[in-house]
Design a protein around this ligand. Sequence first.
Ligand SMILES: C[S@@+](CC[C@H](N)C(=O)[O-])C[C@H]1O[C@@H](n2cnc3c(N)ncnc32)[C@H](O)[C@@H]1O
Length: 291
Amino acid sequence: MTAPSGISRREALAQAREALSRAGLDGAALEARLLAADAFGTDQAGLLARGEEIVAASAASRLADHVRRRLAREPVGRILGLREFWGLPFRLSPQTLEPRPDTETVVEAALARIADRDAPAQLLDLGTGSGCLLVALLSELPRARGLGIDRSAGAAAAARANAAENGVGARAAFLCGDWAEAVEARFDLVVSNPPYIRAGALAGLAPEVAHHDPRLALDGGADGLDAYRAILAALPRLLAPGGCAVLEIGFDQAGDLAELAAGAGLDMAEMRRDLAGHPRAVTLLPRARLV
Ligand SMILES: C[S@@+](CC[C@H](N)C(=O)[O-])C[C@H]1O[C@@H](n2cnc3c(N)ncnc32)[C@H](O)[C@@H]1O
């Protein structure tokens, strides 16, 4: 037991919200609730239901520490060490990108190509990071198996742990490697959210991204397209008959992708937009198989 802090959960939450809001952080109210729930060892419902409860000094100090880190522009997901994606929890490590809601567009586009979700399928996720894409897809496709590859050994290990924690570990394998260089198999579905920020734009990113997401997960080379060139060149040999690939793109990269894909013998079957209306996911098929 630690000593009581003298303030209620409701007051502590209001103070946290006020501090974040004064710093001009978007979504201060939600962020304060997430940080307070974690600091008090409860969920958001518990936070509101027991608002008059006096906070223990240790919990108040945990919340103060969370708020201090957020004011230093560390993202909430990093502070909590956990981020939700496709309704599933993903643990983060310094080697993993924090999964973004926009990336769920890739999952939607991929699932739209699957005629029978109960059929067996082989999936490949290039640049798996936290494993969010592969784990989300395996959670929707009960007889599918998948391989996730990342250049970062730490990311591959984090993805393996996330697959196990989300109950799909027995159907997933993870490797450390350079895209699909070491892979000889063919796949029904290849997904990837590769690094696609232009190297020259990295310095101008928000501190939450620039200081906390790994550079390997962001840096797409001089024109932002290096990873696509490598992945597109490998896709024709990676796709099983009838297979397709779904890649995340930057909001202004659809034209570049169509051009690069055509050069690699692939056609763009669909370009899907994210919730903000930006082009976000492209579905690619080997040429002459457009359906
Ligand atoms: C934008 S992050 C995407 C992570 C995760 N798939 C997601 O959507 O949140 C890109 C990932 O590609 C990985 N990566 C970068 N270069 C790579 C390479 N040459 N081979 C394999 N993975 C690479 C990074 O380590 C990072 O995890």
